[in-house]
Write a protein that binds this ligand. Structure first.
Ligand code: GLY
Ligand code: MN
Ligand code: MN
Length: 445
């Protein structure tokens, strides 16, 4: 591996030829429109009275200290949401409109041509960043610490920062909370969660693409499945499609569980060889422009459901459909969960043995979805147009090595909902048809 301690012999002229990396540069998702960024910042400021919001970007990962196999830099979600920037080592400072000098200031590191030989060219403070973010006041990051102290002092000494493990670690920020400059330190996360819960049109565009490319990956995996195939082979089929269609990374580790592994909810070793008669549970999705889908399909490796597999599958499918049919603005996640369990319980018969099948449905029905696979948001919030969440009932019968989960990504609309991941077949007939087509194409080769 290259080591950053090796002296870099590089001329500034050589670097000048390389385009600096900036907001989603080179990504099929493209940059976030400046009007959207401005609207998001205005919405946040509208929630904050007097006070100072300080948000740290993510920092470069250290190849020698971190396990950075997925090697690309990924921005902090909230920082990206408000700036659209992928620049590391940066600060966003925002002061509410009740503050005498309301302001939005972005601090980004000055360019360092020697360092850029290792990390790639970056945008420094300057007009390009102002144009991409719609923030006119862009300053060198070296000035940030001194100036931020002054800003906090001048705005009622009320500071809003992200609490918790997910926030980028930063000594200056930790110090600011404890050195007496701020008298009131509050958690920014509930404000960000409330904003991110309702997706704007650019976010919905990204989510649609993430769900579509994920559905395409699932279709390719169904077509490639054949008894004896290894779980990791199917993983590679899925992930190749995600990447080919523009995903920058997977949204979460791909789960490919054959047979007994399909009953392990977050199994992601993907090392087993499938055997004839296995059901396969694949829970995998790509991330497109910082937004991830979350899609699960279950199907028989042979391409044909046995009568028992079909009966269990169809109970899960009907449970899922019942929950989908109950989606409307004003509905709640907890009510949908209850509806799905009641449906499964009352339609189980003796399919799962002495106990009804909902006893083998150990997880909840739904979670918010967006920049995080388990996205931020208060689960008590009634559904509103623009919210996106999963519907994912399952039945897991380890004694029979049989797992079934079906998971789709649901956008709440004014008239009901849109299933963003509907591109991946769900009915028994559609799955068997697609798998038969896959078998035919294999024969031709
Ligand atoms: N893929 C993780 C989940 O479904 O929650
Ligand atoms: Mn999920
Ligand atoms: Mn999932």
């Amino acid at each position: 591996m290259l080591r950053t301690t090796v002296v870099a012999l590089v001329s500034a002229a050589a670097l000048a030829a390389i385009q600096p990396l900036h907001a989603q540069s080179g990504s099929p998702a493209g940059p976030v429109p400046v009007e959207r960024l401005k609207a998001r910042r205005a919405a946040l400021l509208g929630r904050i009275g007097t006070g100072t919001v300080v948000l740290r970007s993510a920092d470069e990962r250290d190849l020698e200290k971190d396990y950075a196999q997925d090697s690309d830099f990924r921005q902090d979600n909230d920082f990206f949401y408000l700036t659209g920037l992928e620049t590391p080592g940066s600060w966003l400072v925002m002061q509410g409109r009740d503050t005498a000098a309301a302001r939005v200031v972005l601090y980004v590191p000055e360019r360092d041509t020697l360092q850029e030989r290792w990390t790639g060219p970056k945008l420094g403070p300057g007009p390009e960043i102002a144009a991409l973010t719609g923030i006119d006041d862009v300053r060198p990051a070296g000035k940030a610490e001194g100036e931020i102290r002054g800003f906090v002092f001048g705005a009622g000494r009320r500071l809003l920062i992200k609490f918790g493990d997910a926030a980028p670690k930063n000594d200056f920020l930790d110090g600011l909370s404890h050195n007496g400059v701020a008298q009131k330190v509050e958690d920014l996360r509930p404000h960000m969660a409330a904003l991110r819960l309702i997706k704007d049109d650019d976010e919905i565009r990204r989510m649609r693409r993430a769900a579509q490319l994920s559905a395409d990956g699932h279709k390719a995996a169904m077509m490639a499945a054949v008894p004896g195939i290894w779980e990791y082979e199917l993983e590679s089929v899925l992930e190749a499609v995600f990447r080919r269609e523009g995903a920058e990374r997977v949204g979460y580790p791909s789960i490919v569980g054959t047979g007994i592994n399909g009953t392990v909810l977050h199994y992601d070793q993907n090392r087993r060889q499938s055997a004839p008669g296995d059901m396969i549970v694949i829970d995998a999705a790509g991330e497109f422009g910082y937004y991830t889908a979350d899609v699960t399909r279950s199907f028989p490796v042979s391409g044909k459901f046995t009568p028992h597999q079909k009966a269990v599958y169809e109970l899960v499918l009907a449970t899922q459909q019942t929950a989908m049919d109950s989606v409307h603005a004003g509905q709640t996640i907890s009510n949908l969960n209850r509806i799905s369990r009641e449906y499964m319980r009352s339609h189980s018969g003796d399919l799962c043995g002495a106990k009804s099948c909902d006893n083998y449905y150990p997880h909840s029905l739904s979670h918010w979805l967006g920049m995080d696979v388990h996205d931020v948001g208060d689960y008590r919030t009634p559904l509103e147009p623009g919210m996106i969440f999963t519907i994912e009932p399952g039945i897991y019968l380890p004694a029979e090595s049989l797992g079934v989960r079906i998971e789709d990504d649901i956008l709440v609309t004014a008239t009901g909902y849109e299933n963003l991941s509907a591109g991946a077949p769900r009915s028994v007939a559609d799955i068997e048809k697609l798998m038969a087509q896959g078998a035919k194409e294999r024969k031709k080769k």
